[in-house]
Write a protein that binds this ligand. Structure first.
Ligand SMILES: Cc1ncc(COP(=O)(O)O)c(C=O)c1O
Length: 348
């Protein structure tokens, strides 16, 4: 258990750095990869671990362009890796996202793993981390497990029960295939921590899997959630949110003034007012921004927004986000938001 997805990514990146160094027996110039849609915590991890030389170093962290549904493109990754290898740099870490923050996009984990194998990155000790911070909770439902395709080839996987699995902040579940890599990167043994149980291997010292020494008992609250709801209850909870999001998306699609900005992802719907005929993209964005501001100013609902990059040369789009994930959200609340949006759209 880590505190947050940010810490999970940092720990994975530090383990990867050490594993590549040991595998190659030298100190290479390291490069990490992710998509433009990955969470900013990947950049922060690269800053903390000294992989990048500042926030705009795009040589050592390559944030790659995505496809029409905002997923990382394996062929773009492969090209970037080959360019770096040819330039004498060492690819060492890829962070794939299952459920990007902006739009819930799913990177193709299996195809990414294949690229790492094909380019020799895996053999050099390279690491594939999966950040499923929000979407990972949906894996309690068998019908959402298609996103796990290729999981057998990843080095670590993390999700936040504190985001969508009824667990209070903070709680990140971090799985790794190779705990030795974490130990190699993070173990320290000062005199005052020496003890017989550690020396004999009778206990696992989780301090060697994380940044802090001390640990909160996060597993306890997660355990109570699991015991209280059971697998059935958790599935019902996720399914109800997904159902509400499906309904909301169907209303958006049925109203000619609106459109989905990208396909619904689980319980997240990105949508916007359609452009009027001949309208400049900036004007459509402005109308959508105004719609969101007016909705939020009403004080009854609070939606967030994002900007999605343009696809195939199209301009970027300002979009609204209907994110359903609260234990108390019911269909009537979602319907009320839609009714408010539909009323405000008359003046937009
Ligand atoms: C995909 C993704 N990764 C990481 C994070 C960061 O989460 P945390 O606050 O647990 O570090 C978020 C938060 O929104 C996220 O959506």
């Amino acid at each position: 258990m880590q505190g947050t997805a940010s810490e999970a990514t940092l720990v994975a990146m530090v383990a990867a750095r050490e594993r590549v160094r040991r595998t190659l027996g030298k100190e290479p110039e390291l490069v990490a990869y992710t998509s433009t849609q990955a969470h900013s915590s990947v950049l922060k991890a690269a800053m903390l671990s000294g992989v990048v030389r500042g926030v705009s170093d795009d040589v050592h962290l390559r944030q790659l362009g995505t496809d029409g549904v905002y997923a990382l493109r394996p062929e773009v990754l492969e090209q970037a890796i080959r360019e770096d290898l040819a330039a004498g740099r060492q690819p060492f870490f890829v962070c794939a996202s299952l459920g990007t923050t902006s739009s819930g996009a799913m990177d193709p984990v299996g195809a990414i793993a294949e690229v790492l194998k094909r380019t020799g990155v895996t053999a050099a000790g390279g690491w594939l981390h999966v950040d499923a911070a929000w979407a990972g909770s949906a894996l309690v439902c068998p019908e959402h497990r298609a996103m796990l395709e290729g999981l057998e080839a990843v080095d670590s996987f993390a999700f936040n029960p504190h985001k969508w699995l009824l667990t209070n902040f903070d709680c990140n579940a971090f799985y790794t295939r190779e705990r030795k890599a974490l130990l190699d990167a993070l173990s320290v043994m000062p005199e005052y921590l020496r003890n017989a149980a550690t020396a004999s291997g009778a206990v696992i010292d989780y301090r060697d899997w994380q940044v802090p020494l001390g640990r909160r008992f996060r597993a306890l609250k997660l355990w109570f959630v699991l015991r209280h709801y059971g697998a059935k209850g958790l599935r019902a909870y996720i399914r109800e949110h997904v159902r509400q999001a499906e309904l909301f998306a169907s209303w958006v699609e049925a109203d000619g003034r609106f459109e989905l900005a990208t396909p619904r992802s689980l319980a997240l719907v990105c949508f916007r007012l359609r452009p009027a005929p001949g309208e400049e993209p900036a004007a459509t964005d402005a109308r959508n921004r105004q719609l969101l501001e007016r909705l939020n100013a009403g004080g009854k609902a609070f939606l967030t927004h994002t900007v999605l990059p343009g696809v195939d040369g199209a301009p970027a789009r300002y979009v609204l986000r209907m994110a359903i994930g609260s234990a108390r959200t019911e269909e009537r609340h979602v319907r009320a938001v839609w009714e408010q949006l539909a009323a405000l759209a008359k003046e937009a």
